[in-house]
Design a protein around this ligand. Sequence first.
Ligand SMILES: *[C@@H]1O[C@H](CO)[C@@H](O)[C@H](O)[C@H]1NC(C)=O
Ligand SMILES: *[C@@H]1O[C@H](CO)[C@@H](O)[C@H](O)[C@H]1NC(C)=O
Ligand SMILES: *[C@@H]1O[C@H](CO)[C@@H](O)[C@H](O)[C@H]1NC(C)=O
Length: 290
Amino acid sequence: MRALLWLLLLVLSQEGERRVLWRWCGSEEVVGILHESISLPLEMPFDEEVENIIWSSHQRLATVVPEKEGHPATIMVTDPRYDGRVSFLEPTYSLHIQNLSWEDSGSYQAQVNLRTSQVSTMQQYNLRVYQRLSQPHMTVKFEIPGEEGACNISLICSVENAGLDVTYTWISWEDGADTAHEGAILRAFWRPGDKAVSYTCRASNPVSNITSRPIQAGSFCADPGYPLEKASTSFCLLAKGLLILLLFGTLAVGFWFIRVQTRGKVLRMKKLKRDRMRLRRKGRPGPSLS
Ligand SMILES: *[C@@H]1O[C@H](CO)[C@@H](O)[C@H](O)[C@H]1NC(C)=O
Ligand SMILES: *[C@@H]1O[C@H](CO)[C@@H](O)[C@H](O)[C@H]1NC(C)=O
Ligand SMILES: *[C@@H]1O[C@H](CO)[C@@H](O)[C@H](O)[C@H]1NC(C)=O
C-alpha cells in the first residue's frame, strides 16, 4: 500500500556509466514555527541496503552514510547555515532542524541511493515557517454619523508582524448566539435602544490562532472615544467629585461644631458672670432701711 504511494513517477536516467532508476516519491508540505524545531520525515522505500542519503535545500546540505556492519553512521553537514542545528533521526535519518529561521523556508530534497539495485529515490518537501501570532489590535473607524444617535462604524482587526497566510474573523455575540464574519474589516450599524452586541476578532495562521477581548459597538457609538479609557476617566472624575464633596462636608461639620462649642462657651461665661454678679449683690448688705 505504502509502496504504491511511493511509486508516483518513474524516470529512467543515465548518470555517467551508471544507469539509475529514479523513483519520485512525491512532495510533502511541512509547517514549522520560527525559533522552534521541525522534522522532515524520510521513509525508506525498500529493505535494501542504502549507500547514502543526500539532503539538500538550495544546495547540498548534508550527506549521511548509514551505519553498516558495526561501523557507525557518518554524517557530513556541508551547508554552514545548518551547521550545529541539524541532526538525523534514526532509523531512516529524517532531517531534524532546530531553531528555525525565516531563511529555512523553501524546498528540501532527500535523495536515497541504494547500493545494489542502482535505484535512487527522491523525496521533496516544502517547508513553510510561520511565527505564533500576537494579540490582535482593534481599531474603530466612524463612517457617516447617522441621525438620532445612530452610527455606522467599521471595526478593523490587525496583528503586528503578521506575516503570510493570516486570516481574520470577526465574531459578533448577540443574545448568546455568535455569528462569524470572514475578513479583517466588519461594518456595524447601531442605534440607541438596540440590543448590546459585542465583537471579538480572531486572527489565525497555520500555527496559531488568537482571539481579542470583546468590545461593544454601543459604547463606541454613545461615546466616540475609547470605551475602557472613557469608563476609567469618568470613574476618576466621579471619585474626585465625591472626595471634594466629602472634604467640604467635613469642613462644614467642623466649622459648625467649633461654632456651637464657642457659642456654648460664650453663653456659659455670660451665665457665670451673671451668677457672680447676683451673688455679689446678695452677699453685700443691702441698703439699710432701718
Ligand atoms: C536561534 O537563532 C537566532 C538567529 O536566527 C539566534 O539569535 C538565537 O540565539 C538562536 N537561539 C538558539 C536557542 O540557538
Ligand atoms: C450605514 O452604512 C450602510 C452601508 O455601509 C448604509 O447602507 C446605511 O444607510 C448607513 N446608515 C446610516 C444611518 O448612515
Ligand atoms: C486554535 O488553536 C487551538 C490551540 O492553540 C486549537 O485547539 C484550536 O482548534 C484552534 N482553533 C481554530 C479555529 O483554529
